[in-house]
Design a binder for this molecule. Structure first.
Ligand code: AMP
Length: 303
């Protein structure tokens, strides 16, 4: 089933204790789309880029059969830019710079053929834009939203309004504390679910992810890796694997949601192994399935 993805397309300057990479292709929707492309070939992107977004960047997305007809190119502007520096533990980072550029005046238009998309993934961008996109989709089966501290701090009311129209909300632990105003994650989950989304996923970086539904809490570990080069995009890659798996399920049950968390975690574990999108742009289905199975083994006990 088709997945419509809206979010940032970006160039990132990334600094980790193990190196740096400048002008790297990134952005929330880039990571989500690449990750989800291993689960379905019906991915439709809505976004905006500037004149510095070259054909090679589009070619990379097309090589994974991602439809970019909904990505507007503004010749008079520059693509969104973000710069971040990771701390020694690689679990925390400082944002050094955010330049909205062409996103500052972006008026999203969902192309006609995309308006029947069954799955909608509202990647991290201005919550007002997320809502504008949602208003153009006729009857989505499932709406997933991701955000980050930048929007929780700068547009909390707009974000809360958008959340009323969302089925599944994904954010990380520090963002959950920030949005709920409570340091306890279980309490935070209750407070945030009362804002609208019935299902909530709290990502905890190298400590895995928590899924909160009406049926309880599911805890997924993160894959224990010896080499982590760059955590940028891991959260979005998780969201792509999560929605990708759900899009191929006939029925969305609690069990499928739990499987989707493990697929999302498997995809995120690949993402951090190289800088930027390098690794998740060149995976094969066998290695994804292999890692998914390794995840299942991580907390299995044979009595
Ligand atoms: P993640 O590591 O999953 O949080 O996602 C990192 C990606 O989000 C980077 O590639 C950035 O370009 C993008 N990003 C960072 N800040 C923002 C923002 N305020 N709005 C939209 N995208 C952003």
């Amino acid at each position: 089933m088709a997945i419509l993805i809206v979010g940032s397309l970006a160039f990132d300057d990334i600094e980790t204790p193990f190196g740096r990479s400048d002008n790297t292709l990134g952005g929330s929707s880039t990571y989500i789309a690449l990750s989800a492309s291993y689960f379905t070939d019906k991915i439709q992107m809505v976004g905006v880029v500037g004149s510095d977004f070259e054909q090679q960047h589009f070619d990379l997305l097309h090589s994974r059969s991602i439809d970019t007809k909904g990505v507007q190119k503004i010749e008079e502007g520059k693509t969104f830019r973000w710069a971040g520096r990771y701390h020694y533990d690689m679990n925390t980072r400082d944002t050094l710079d955010t330049q909205l550029n062409v996103f500052a005046d972006f008026d999203p238009v969902v192309p006609e053929p995309y308006r029947n998309a069954e799955f909608v993934c509202l990647g991290n961008i201005d919550p007002e834009l997320q809502l504008k996109v949602l208003g153009q989709i006729s009857k989505p089966k499932l709406v997933i939203l991701d955000t980050m501290n930048f929007w929780i701090e700068s547009k909390p009311d707009e974000l809360k309004k958008t959340l009323q129209n969302v089925d599944i909300f994904i954010l990380n632990d520090s963002e959950a504390r920030l949005l709920s105003g409570d340091p306890n994650l279980v309490k935070s989950a209750r407070i945030i679910r009362e804002m609208g989304p019935k299902t909530l996923i709290i990502k905890k970086g190298e400590h895995g992810a928590l899924l909160f539904t009406d049926n309880g809490i599911f805890v997924a570990p993160a894959f224990p890796l010896e080499s982590i080069y760059d955590p940028t995009g891991a959260g979005d890659t998780f969201a792509g694997g999560f929605i990708g798996h759900l899009s191929r399920c006939e029925k969305i049950t609690d069990v499928e949601m739990r499987r989707a968390v493990l697929y999302g975690s498997a995809m995120a574990s690949f993402c951090v192994e190289k800088f930027g999108t390098e690794k998740i742009a060149a995976l094969d289905l066998l290695e994804i399935e292999d890692r998914y199975q390794s995840f299942r083994e991580l907390s299995r006990i044979d009595e």
